[in-house]
Design a protein around this ligand. Structure first.
Ligand SMILES: C[S@@+](CC[C@H](N)C(=O)[O-])C[C@H]1O[C@@H](n2cnc3c(N)ncnc32)[C@H](O)[C@@H]1O
Length: 438
């Protein structure tokens, strides 16, 4: 197999709706050399990151569109263009290898086309680059609908958000403070610094294989972005409490909650994805922690709830993931504008279904890794309007931006992922508002 052909297949997978996190490992297994795997990763992430720019270039280089069955050749040309625009591979080698990949894809007829397109780009790069600068989608390499939504929600920040989304993310760690203080752990690393907004976060300047991290197997550290670490901190669990992590997989926040307070009465880690729950189990084992793992639809409470109220609930809701595009650039290709209303409905449904499970006086933390108000403040506005016994607890923090409801970290802010949090207190009966909507 040729690396460029494999990269083209990965991009095709993403165009067909498969996530990069699934497509890349599946197509990398055939390469044994770690340098080949690293090249494949760099190219496939790079093409997804630059997709809307590269696509605009390619459309200008082709005389007519390709047939649907030749999507692999289209993707191969994107791979070729990415090497010419963004990689330090000698241009002649990039072109030659990309053209050679047509045989591996069993499309020898496309040799001439791929060669002509890449050479045309080499001749007219300046002109084409100037032309695409007229289009925001190409300039920022995002779909138009996403740019419009981000601009509408964040009129003063939209450009910064789009630029941050195209940066490489930091390699962030969470020190297990049950095992060691982060200052002690920091000393074991070279070229690393604390994330001051968090209690346990560290950024390691150069990404590494997690197995090489000191004490990883022994559970001394986990990989987690700084913003994601704020969820468990906000939940603020106490001894002997009953806690629900309603959308738990792969367990980043479940394990953090338990590291902060191992002596809970119970922590239920719920998710409807059986395969992802295996990762929760794996993470708990490595960190020597325990939770009750349940595979069920959180919104279908009768299916799984034992009838005992929870002191705290974390709802890390399924969302567009528009705040973590720098880690998952394929989101720009996978997400469609029509997904947004469906997601907002699902988020409101989960909030509404889980609220009765919270004790009066209890706290629910609603979190998303989204920057869209549609999934954040607007979901909460609807929920609060329809729920008499809820009161927002304002988050007083040094990080992020205060919103009408909740608090938002924008991508890249404090070198963190984009995340949204709101804390909802369940009022005791005597304090329930009587201005609710029904
Ligand atoms: C943002 S991820 C959770 C990340 C996790 N909290 C962590 O920190 O590792 C959202 C999760 O919600 C799960 N999910 C989505 N809809 C669900 C539902 N109706 N019931 C239970 N889990 C659901 C997905 O399978 C996914 O694992």
């Amino acid at each position: 197999m040729n690396l460029r052909a494999a990269a083209a297949k990965i991009i095709c997978d993403v165009m067909d709706g498969v996530s990069l996190a699934d497509a890349l490992p599946a197509r990398s297994v055939q390469f044994n050399d770690s340098r080949d795997q690293a090249f494949l990763q760099a190219v496939s992430y790079g093409v997804c990151r630059g997709y809307f720019r590269l696509d605009a270039i390619l459309k200008r280089l082709l005389d007519k569109p390709l047939k649907t069955k030749d999507q692999d050749i289209y993707c191969l040309m994107l791979v070729g263009l990415y090497q010419l625009t963004d990689m330090r591979v000698p241009a002649h080698a990039s072109v030659a290898e990309t053209v050679a990949a047509t045989s591996v894809l069993k499309k020898i007829w496309a040799k001439g086309l791929v060669n002509a397109v890449l050479r045309r780009f080499q001749r007219s790069a300046q002109e084409i680059n100037a032309e695409i600068q007229q289009h925001e989608s190409a300039i920022y390499s995002h779909p138009v609908w996403m740019i419009d939504m981000i601009r509408q929600d964040w009129p003063a920040d939209w450009k910064d958000i789009l630029v941050a989304n195209n940066q490489h993310p930091p390699f962030s760690l969470r020190v297990n403070q049950k095992n060691n203080s982060r200052e002690t752990y920091l000393k074991k690393l070279t070229d690393a610094y604390l994330i001051p907004e968090t209690q346990a976060g560290i950024v390691l300047k150069d990404a590494t294989d997690v197995r090489q991290l000191p004490g990883f197997a022994a559970g001394d550290v986990s990989v987690q972005d700084g913003a994601a670490q704020l969820a468990a901190e906000l939940l603020g669990v106490a001894e002997q409490e009953r806690v629900l992590d309603a959308c738990a997989a792969p367990g980043g926040k479940t394990t953090h909650i338990l590291e902060l307070m191992p002596r809970l009465e119970k922590l239920v880690a719920l998710d409807h994805d059986e395969t992802r729950l295996l990762l929760v189990k794996e993470n708990l084992q490595r960190l020597k922690l325990t939770a009750d793992i349940i595979c069920a639809d959180a919104g279908n409470v009768e299916q799984w709830w034992d009838g005992k109220l929870f002191d705290r609930i974390l709802l890390d809701a399924p969302c567009s993931a528009s705040g973590v595009i720098r880690r998952h650039p394929d989101i720009k290709m996978l997400r469609q504008v029509d997904d947004m209303v469906r997601l907002a409905k699902e988020q409101l449904l989960l909030l509404t279904a889980l609220w009765p499970l919270l004790k009066p006086g209890g706290l629910m933390v609603y979190a998303t890794c989204s920057v869209f108000s549609l999934e954040n403040t607007r979901v909460l506005e609807s929920f609060i309007a329809a729920t008499p016994d809820v009161k927002e607890e304002k988050i007083n923090a040094s990080w992020g931006r205060e919103c009408a409801i909740g608090r938002q970290i924008l991508p890249g802010m404090h070198n963190m992922d984009g995340f949204y949090f709101a804390c909802l207190k369940k009022m005791k009966k005597s304090f329930v508002r009587n201005d609710h909507a029904y």
